[in-house]
Ligand binder design. Structure first.
Ligand SMILES: [Zn+2]
Length: 407
């Protein structure tokens, strides 16, 4: 059995996989927006590794960025020629988010990887190192056994995922690197047992509500207008109105309903005895694709006008981010079918196909009309202190990729 040979080859590579992942974790690849130097040093290290695997071609598609010392954001594409039936991409990202509060890293320091109880700890271990190493070692196993994949395997290692993908996936899409009949897997989200295949996402809407009243002394409220009270009242009524008006459910999504959450609250006055003249609160909304974002904004603006008339305050709503959900990848598309089959074979579970609330970089492909799926097996440790990747997931996800490559 060809796949059994491949799987035992991958088992043998377990320590090498862990070593390679640790080597990459040691090199921080933080975006300039977060005070980092970008991904160039990490990309150089990765290039060295890729050269030992025996890919047919390794190419760079760097994007210029003067904010980082190397002045480029690296994107690497390594390919392994197949028997000729199209191409299968596995796209992972090089960049990591900053460690956050360092004192919360109790197992090891963020960029000093450590293995403990079958987990590899370090920033970027799970997001997105695990999938990156899994994709590389899937190809390495095929190479070692002299097995040619069915489709040409295209591994892309991209920059700038955490800050919007301008210098990463979006740059590659602009270079017209992807074709309409390519199959694309983005292993950058998932669940604990690897049973969830993401093919759709909700629309996203962020807005800021600024309420202007009149600041005054807290002992004489009548001489001013408490912007905080009006702001709170408005936010809580808007919360209720949005939930009532846009209440439909779609079980394809998790969670099945649209979400409207008041989130960030900006600081107002410094003293307890001052009535604030300004109040700012933000909303994060994840909306089912059936709803129109402009309609939702209109509802919010309408309610604001009502409040302005009623209270004499001035409420301004500013849209900060608006992304209309792209058309979902078909649940019976070839990528989904192949991935399902591979998961069943490796994990012996029945995969579930659905949508999520969070935006993923698969949206850039879907918007370009190229079907893409998001899948991996993770404990959702991304962006957290003590981030880790499980060795078992590293090995099994590599087997899933290898299984897809030969099917
Ligand atoms: Zn990620």
């Amino acid at each position: 059995m060809q796949s059994q040979d491949i799987f035992s080859e991958i088992n043998k590579q377990k320590d090498a996989m862990a070593r390679t992942l640790k080597d990459l974790i040691r090199i921080p690849a933080i975006a300039p927006e977060n005070g980092g130097e970008g991904e160039s040093r990490k990309a150089e290290k990765l290039m060295q590794t890729l050269k030992t695997i025996g890919f047919d071609n390794i190419e760079r598609f760097d994007a210029e960025d003067e904010r980082v010392p190397s002045e480029v954001r690296p994107n690497i594409v390594a390919s392994c020629r197949g028997k000729g039936r199209g191409r299968l991409w596995i796209v992972t990202h090089l960049d990591v988010v900053p460690p956050g509060e360092e004192s919360l890293w109790t197992i090891t320091k963020p960029f000093e990887p450590k293995i403990k109880n079958g987990r590899i700890y370090g920033r970027g271990s799970e997001d997105n190192g695990q999938s990156m190493i899994a994709s590389i070692f899937a190809i390495k196993a095929l190479r070692s056994l002299g097995i040619k994949p069915e489709r040409t395997m295209m591994l892309a290692f991209v920059a700038d995922e955490e800050q919007g993908s301008t210098y990463g996936i979006q740059h590659l899409v602009k270079q017209k690197l992807f074709k309409k009949n390519d199959l694309i897997v983005v292993p950058d989200s998932g669940n604990e047992d690897g049973s969830f295949i993401e093919v759709a996402e909700k629309s996203g809407l962020w807005f800021k509500i600024r309420t202007i009243g009149k600041q005054t002394h807290a002992s004489r409220p009548g001489t001013g207008l408490n912007a905080h009270r009006v702001g709170m009242d408005f936010a809580s009524e808007l919360d209720k109105v949005l939930h009532e008006k846009y209440s439909s459910k779609d079980q394809f999504f998790d969670p099945p309903e649209s979400t409207f959450e008041p989130t960030k609250k900006e600081k107002n006055v410094d003293a307890v005895n001052i009535i604030p003249g300004e109040d700012i609160v933000h909303f994060d909304c994840r909306i089912l694709p059936t709803y129109n974002l402009d309609d939702i904004l209109e509802t919010a603006h309408g309610l604001a006008e009502e409040y302005n008339r009623k209270t004499g305050a001035k409420i301004e709503i500013t849209t900060l981010h608006k992304s209309v959900a792209p058309k979902p990848t078909e649940a019976d598309s070839e990528t989904v079918t192949m991935l399902k089959r591979a998961i069943k074979q490796v994990r012996e579970i029945e995969p579930r196909v659905g949508g999520i609330g969070g935006g993923t970089c698969a949206a850039f492909f879907r918007r370009a009309d190229i079907p893409a799926v998001v899948w991996s097996t993770i404990d959702e440790m991304a962006h957290q202190p003590n981030e880790y990747a499980k060795m078992g997931n590293l090995v099994k996800d590599a087997k899933v990729f290898a299984s897809m490559a030969i099917s």
